[in-house]
Design a protein around this ligand. Structure first.
Ligand SMILES: Nc1ncnc2c1ncn2[C@@H]1O[C@H](COP(=O)(O)OP(=O)(O)OP(=O)(O)O)[C@@H](O)[C@H]1O
Ligand SMILES: [Mg+2]
Length: 598
């Protein structure tokens, strides 16, 4: 199926291909000038005659250039343009292939390449190379095959037998139309490379998908643990904060009660005016001192009265009565003063006690006030603490685990899907690789090709030997399936190498091979075309006998295929009877002209 698909999509296989060339037109190519030369291909044996350098072989270059963009004789393309006119080289070939009429127009200066199918110009392909592949497909042959089955120019063509082995094989593969096998093989090998690269890429994508899945899995697990811990932490934190709140509230209550009590106590504490008491006490002390002084003075006066006979006040002589009177007076006063002192002392004791009581009250009040201040500060502190705890409780209560684990889970399942897809693709790719490997095995030289070679080779060998026989060469030629030839002398069966044959004999072998190819193309590959050009084949190194044999075989070709147009290019003029038509090439004013003489 794979091979069939490739054949269908990539390679155009034409099962039956008839290519009928109708005409060739050209101008400004080599020795031909601006006047268009037209060669209408006519069936039968045609001769193209002319002296050296008149422009005979140029016709092959025109045909080859038009069909394949290459000259038959490996002339450089810029040397192909007519030297005098230097531009407007134009060639045109019209042919019918498998029922459709095609026209290929190719030119230089300006560069032209157009393909018409049934007069409709075909879309231009992106490159000349692509267009050429398309043209090769239409024709069913490529340039290499063209040189083997349409044109044979002894002086320019490398004889088939001296081509390198791989070229020989390629050519024969194309002649047997098993070149397709190589094309498919190359295509499959190419695809295999692509598939192998895809497989490698797929494998590395698969591995990275696997590791991606693994790390996402681990990450999700971590997130789940984090979420669980988050919830636990939140619960624990809220409990702790609640405890804090409760404590604060209790302390606030304590404070309020304390404050009330303190205020109540304060209200009961009435101060009596300690300063007045102190003042009274000081006054009483002063009064005591005053009385004591008076007593002392009285005692001093009494002593004076006792010791003196004159009055210390009036300096008058004092009598005893007077003395007694005054002493009495003084002593009564002293008693009075003594009483007063005692009263005052009692008062001072009372005042001292009152002062102490007031001091105690003051101290108590100060203590209560300090305590109240302390309570106020505690209250403030606890109120603030409560607010902050309540705020925190709210904030933490609102707190949510903010990582969207679900999106990671989705991502995980997407990655799993992707991995499964990659696995499926991997299975497909492995299957493709296996199919390709098998196909490569089947299509390789030892597989189907070898089978086809073995099937077709005897046919080719038989045909070649038929022609060799016809050309009266006493040898037999046999190709093995690697396209290595062995030529044997028919008489003694001794091997002879191609190079040891004379030029004329080599030409007969070359022609035998060419004619066989044409035959095989027709019989096996179902490909044939209506033109055949032989340049110089009948000239140098061909004796009359050889010439005769070749002409006979050409005649035979025409008998078996009446529509065949054979063009024999030669300087020799051959018998008119043999040729249907004769084209004479002559140069006039430096330009070649084709004349038709029947
Ligand atoms: N670019 C060119 N412009 C003009 N003439 C050219 C150009 N290139 C080659 N020629 C000439 O064209 C002529 C035709 O050559 P051609 O090979 O076709 O001759 P011929 O008839 O096949 O001769 P022969 O019998 O010797 O093979 C030659 O004289 C060659 O010098
Ligand atoms: Mg020539």
């Amino acid at each position: 199926l794979e091979i069939a698909a490739i054949v269908k999509s990539e390679i155009k296989v034409v099962s039956v291909m008839f290519v009928d060339f109708l005409n060739l037109k050209f101008k400004n190519i080599l020795s031909y000038g601006k006047n268009e030369t037209v060669i209408d291909f006519t069936s039968g044996l045609n001769q193209i005659v002319g002296m050296n350098g008149q422009g005979k072989s140029s016709i092959l270059d025109a045909l080859s250039f038009c069909l394949f963009g290459q000259t038959y004789r490996k002339i450089k393309l810029d040397e192909l343009i007519n030297r005098k006119n230097k531009k407007n080289l134009l060639t045109e070939v019209t042919f019918v292939a498998n029922g459709d009429e095609y026209r290929i127009v190719r030119g230089l200066k300006p560069k032209v390449l157009k393909v018409y199918k049934n007069t409709v110009e075909q879309d231009e392909l992106p490159s000349t190379a692509k267009t050429q592949i398309e043209i090769d497909n239409i024709l069913g042959i490529d340039f290499a095959l063209f040189k083997e089955v349409i044109c044979l120019a002894i002086n320019y063509n490398e004889p088939f037998l001296i081509l390198p082995k791989n070229k020989k094989r390629d050519l024969v593969e194309n002649i047997f139309q098993i070149g397709i096998v190589s094309k498919i093989l190359a295509e499959i090998k190419n695809r295999q490379k692509g598939v192998e690269v895809d497989h490698k890429l797929n494998k590395s994508s698969f591995l990275s998908a696997e590791s991606g899945i693994e790390s996402t899995k681990k990450y999700i697990h971590q997130l789940e643990t984090l979420e669980e811990n988050f919830d636990k932490n939140q619960e624990r934190n809220l409990k702790e904060i609640q405890a804090e709140i409760d404590l604060c509230e209790a302390q606030i209550l304590n404070c309020t009660n304390g404050r009330n009590k303190g205020e109540e106590l304060l209200s009961t504490l009435i101060l009596a005016g300690k300063d007045t008491l102190i003042n009274d006490k000081a006054k009483a002390s002063a009064k005591i001192s005053e009385y004591q002084n008076s007593i002392n003075k009285n005692n001093r006066d009494i002593a004076l009265l006792d010791d003196n006979s004159t009055c210390p006040h009036c300096q008058s002589e004092i009598d005893e009565d007077h003395k007694l009177k005054h002493k009495e007076e003084f002593e009564v006063n002293n008693i009075t003063f003594g009483c007063e002192i005692e009263i005052l002392k009692t008062l001072i004791v009372k005042l001292s006690s009152d002062i102490n009581t007031e001091t105690d009250k003051e101290n108590k009040k100060r203590k209560i006030e300090t305590r109240l201040l302390q309570i106020d500060s505690d209250l403030k502190h606890n109120t603030e603490k409560l607010k902050s705890a309540q705020d925190r409780y709210k904030t933490i209560g609102k707190d949510k685990f903010d990582t969207d684990i679900e999106s990671f889970r989705k991502d995980f399942s997407l990655k799993e899907q992707e991995r499964d897809n990659l696995k499926e693709i991997n299975t497909d790719l492995l299957k493709k690789i296996e199919i390709n490997t098998k196909s490569i095995e089947v299509l390789s030289d030892n597989g189907i090709k070898s089978y086809l070679y073995k099937k077709f080779l005897p046919n080719l060998n038989a045909k070649i030997n038929e022609y060799i026989n016809l050309f009266a060469l006493p040898v037999s030629l046999k190709f093995d399936d690697m396209m290595v030839e062995s030529i044997e002398n028919m008489i003694n069966r001794k091997p002879i190498s191609y190079m040891s044959f004379s030029a004329g004999e080599q030409k007969r072998i070359d022609l035998s091979i060419m004619f066989s190819f044409i035959q095989i193309m027709k019989d096996i590959a179902n490909w044939r075309c209506n033109i055949l050009f032989l340049d110089e084949v009948l000239d140098s190194s061909t004796d009359n006998d050889g010439l005769q044999k070749i002409l006979e075989s050409l005649q035979n070709l025409i008998y078996s295929n009446p529509s065949l147009c054979i063009y024999v290019i030669s300087h020799r003029l051959h018998s008119k009877d043999l040729f249907a038509k004769k084209l004479r090439i002559e140069k006039e004013n430096g330009f070649s002209t084709v004349r038709t003489d029947i």
